[in-house]
Design a protein around this ligand. Structure first.
Ligand SMILES: [Zn+2]
Length: 68
């Protein structure tokens, strides 16, 4: 049970994105609307994933807003 947390990891990928109005609050660069895909893996085998839409910064990658 101790090593459980080392076997689970989560990856986040941008499947699609398009420029959006707005600026990043962290670096001031342009924002984009993106379709994100988050997959959770257990021992490197994906067992759960979901897609969601968010407004992200194209430069630093921070999530400015998310739509669930
Ligand atoms: Zn930024």
């Amino acid at each position: 049970m101790v090593c459980f947390c080392f076997l689970v990891d989560q990856t986040r990928k941008v499947r699609w994105s398009k420029p959006a109005a707005g600026l990043c609050s962290r670096c001031g660069c342009g924002a984009s609307v993106a379709d994100m895909k988050t997959s959770t893996r257990f021992c490197l085998v994906p067992f759960y994933w979901r897609t969601w839409r968010a407004v992200i910064c194209t430069f630093c990658g921070s999530i400015l807003r998310s739509y669930r």
